[in-house]
Design a protein around this ligand. Structure first.
Ligand code: HEC
Ligand code: HEC
Ligand code: HEC
Ligand code: HEC
Ligand code: HEC
Ligand code: HEC
Length: 531
């Protein structure tokens, strides 16, 4: 991630770019001047007059630009994605991934996970507070400490001239020492066991699987050299290999499906082939050298003559690690990391189950080798909960996980919230009463979810308890003013209480925050018509 540089006029040739989306009935525009690059979303009526226009300055850019860049804006103390991204091939601005589906505007919040993977450690706090205006030019990209761990101790010891060899035998009690030798004040991934070094890479890569924090952890708790599993659990869906013929699995899960990995007993790791400090000038010969660390050229059954005749010549990876065609801004893999004899080789049955421990329909990909694997019921529940919306077939597993977590963690805010949502879906008087109790429970236990507040508000409103609903909805908005549904319910609540002026105010407030919300605009227009 980097600060947006307004002088980066390359991106906005001519100072302004406009994109129309027919389906959404919307226009978007990128505007650059000496001091600022901003994006607007607007809508035009049949006479070409603007119905609304929402404009925000771009603050950060995410992405090296190989595939493209996504931009972040700051609203209050939070960061949000901008509706347009810059795509490199073909070079153009277009809707950010996922924005085609509806009125997203500038209200898709950028979460901690997103920043953990795309920024350096030190800058994380600053960035998440959107607090950077004084530091023009600062580099917010992935930093040394993301892979080498905190550097304080290292700077202290090297400045004090403490000899490296003396430190070798000093085991620190209570700290699991994972570095085998060398300068132990800093982590050198090369000296870690392969799986621990892979864990560093997987703290950011393997992005399209689901990762769930262990209870009480945050993403920034991960330290290179310690097992990632102590902080976050990465799950893959066991059956997703069906789709893998057309879409390769993620880097780690496919790598471990390779003969190279299995027959070398885990000696193959990300660092067998990659050195993050240098981008190979001649990839074919660079990666060939890596293969030849374990293979002889003659291991290849295709004749050298045929291999040399290709361009690039004798490109081992080019033939044995086939690529997918398209480059797009997404978190999907481009190069298949399952090293195969022939590129059309199907994945072996249940390959993904072999990359970790199986829990029902999920595979725990970053399980610690050789240790009994424990995943708390609440962690499994969070995983299913994140996956169910796009994988309806996991509904049954989700419900089982919820029932289990309800017995193991009956007082967890998140479990109570999920029990609430399950009842909320059945709109019967009895389910409503139970849903109210669950949501009250989750909120009493400090739920930070604006959705919980609005669900509770809705249930209370439907039960004729408008005064209580009002209190809950206002608290929800105070907690998170960027959740659209809260305002709609608040307006309905005021109407139920006969407070029409306040209802209109709530609608106007909603349009201030979400100018793109056309249903709210229609509601307000109708409410303002003379009765
Ligand atoms: C688990 C870590 C992780 C999370 C969470 C994550 N990303 Fe990424 N993202 C990556 C990695 C690693 C890449 C590099 C792509 C690859 O795997 O080859 C990437 C690539 C990208 C790219 C393309 C960059 C390029 O150079 O072309 C964009 C844009 C992006 N991410 C935006 C986001 C946004 C916005 C979020 C949050 C809403 C997010 N990412 C969340 C790890 C993550
Ligand atoms: C994406 C992960 C990553 C980042 C970011 C990173 N490094 Fe490294 N670094 C590594 C890995 C992996 C190695 C081992 C490379 C090898 O031996 O092939 C390494 C090796 C080194 C070495 C060599 C150590 C030795 O004993 O030879 C130094 C010095 C170093 N890194 C310093 C830095 C500094 C300074 C930064 C920030 C500017 C940085 N690294 C950023 C992953 C990273
Ligand atoms: C803190 C997060 C983070 C860590 C840790 C990390 N990466 Fe990355 N990596 C990224 C992001 C983000 C990108 C996408 C490039 C960008 O946006 O600058 C990337 C890109 C890459 C690329 C593609 C480079 C390109 O030009 O397309 C490779 C290869 C890679 N990383 C390997 C590794 C390896 C190997 C490790 C472990 C030693 C590692 N990374 C650790 C975040 C990370
Ligand atoms: C850490 C060591 C290691 C590295 C690095 C490595 N391999 Fe392997 N590879 C093996 C072992 C061990 C086997 C299984 C025994 C054999 O066939 O030699 C294997 C098997 C293979 C096979 C046969 C696979 C099958 O399904 O039968 C191919 C093809 C292959 N490797 C290609 C490559 C290529 C290409 C590279 C570089 C991109 C590479 N390997 C890097 C260790 C490695
Ligand atoms: C056997 C060698 C090998 C191993 C092991 C390996 N990679 Fe790669 N990786 C490659 C090659 C080859 C490419 C394609 C590079 C190119 O086209 O320039 C690549 C590309 C990538 C890219 C760029 C995006 C893409 O898919 O092309 C990322 C990110 C990456 N690898 C991450 C990883 C991670 C994380 C690991 C460990 C889990 C890993 N790699 C292990 C050889 C390897
Ligand atoms: C032009 C594509 C191409 C290139 C380049 C290439 N290979 Fe192969 N390789 C193949 C094909 C095709 C086969 C299977 C041949 C057969 O079964 O008749 C194969 C087979 C193999 C095997 C499996 C042997 C076995 O016992 O089944 C290994 C290992 C291997 N290659 C390694 C390598 C290494 C290492 C390099 C680089 C030095 C390399 N290949 C370069 C296409 C290629």
């Amino acid at each position: 991630m980097s600060l947006v540089n307004p002088r980066d006029t390359l991106l906005v040739a001519g100072g302004s770019v406009t994109v129309q989306n027919q389906k959404l009935h919307r226009w978007f525009n990128v505007l650059a001047n000496e001091t600022d690059i901003s994006q607007s979303e607007f809508e035009l009526d049949t006479n070409g007059r603007e119905i609304f226009r929402d404009t925000h300055s771009l603050m950060y850019a995410i992405g090296s630009g190989h595939a493209g860049r996504t931009y972040l804006v700051r609203r209050g103390n939070s960061l949000f994605e901008a509706p347009l991204s810059y795509y490199s091939t073909p070079a153009k601005w277009d809707l950010s991934p996922g924005y085609e589906s509806g009125e997203v505007g500038f209200s898709r919040r950028v979460d901690e996970a997103c920043l953990t993977c795309h920024t350096g450690r030190v800058q994380l706090v600053l960035a998440s507070e959107g607090n950077s205006s004084e530091q023009n030019g600062a580099d917010f990209s992935v930093s040394c400490e993301n892979c080498h761990g905190p550097g304080q101790q290292h700077v202290k010891e090297r400045s004090a001239g403490i000899p490296i060899l003396n430190r070798l035998r000093r085991a620190q009690p209570g700290v699991r020492s994972v570095q085998e030798s060398g300068d132990t004040s800093i982590v050198n991934p090369r000296r870690l066991q392969e799986w621990l070094a892979d864990n560093i890479c997987m703290s950011c890569h393997e992005a399209s699987s689901t990762r769930v924090l262990r209870p009480g952890k945050s993403f920034s708790d991960f330290r290179p050299g310690l097992p990632l599993d102590e902080t976050a659990v990465i799950f893959a869906i066991r059956s997703s290999q069906e789709a893998s013929r057309s879409m390769p699995l993620q880097h780690y899960t496919s790598m471990v499906a390779s003969q190279c990995y299995q027959a070398s007993r885990g000696k193959l790791g990300c660092l067998s082939c990659h050195d993050p400090h240098s981008e190979p000038v001649d990839p074919a010969s660079y990666f060939r050298q890596k293969c030849l660390a374990c293979h002889a050229d003659a291991d290849c059954r295709l004749s050298l003559e045929v291999r040399q005749a290709r361009v690039p010549a004798n490109d081992c990876a080019g033939c044995h690690m086939p690529k997918r065609g398209l480059r797009e801004i997404s978190h999907s893999t481009l190069t298949d990391h399952r090293i195969v004899v022939r590129s059309d080789e199907p994945y072996p049955a249940d390959a993904i189950a072999q990359s970790g421990t199986v829990f029902g329909s999920l595979v725990h990909v970053n399980a610690i080798p050789g240790q009994p694997d424990q995943v708390p019921a609440v962690t499994l529940l969070e995983a299913y909960s994140a996956l169910v919306p796009e994988n309806p077939s996991l509904e049954g597993d989700y419900n089982l996980a919820l029932d289990r977590a309800a017995t193991t963690n009956p007082n967890s805010a998140s479990v109570l919230s999920k029990l609430g949502w399950r009842c909320y879906k059945h709109d019967t008087p009895d389910a409503r009463i139970r849903a109210i109790a669950y949501f009250q429970g989750s909120i009493a236990r400090d739920s930070k979810s604006a959705a919980d507040y609005s669900a509770l508000g809705d249930l209370l409103l439907k039960s004729g308890r408008s005064e209580e609903a009002l209190v809950v909805l206002r608290k929800g908005i105070a907690l998170d003013q960027y959740y659209p549904r809260s305002y709609k319910l608040l307006a309905l609540c005021y109407i139920a209480l006969g407070q029409y002026k306040e209802a209109l105010d709530a609608m106007r407030q909603a349009l201030d925050v979400f100018p793109e919300d056309s249903s709210m605009r229609n509601l307000l227009r109708r409410a303002q018509l003379p009765q």
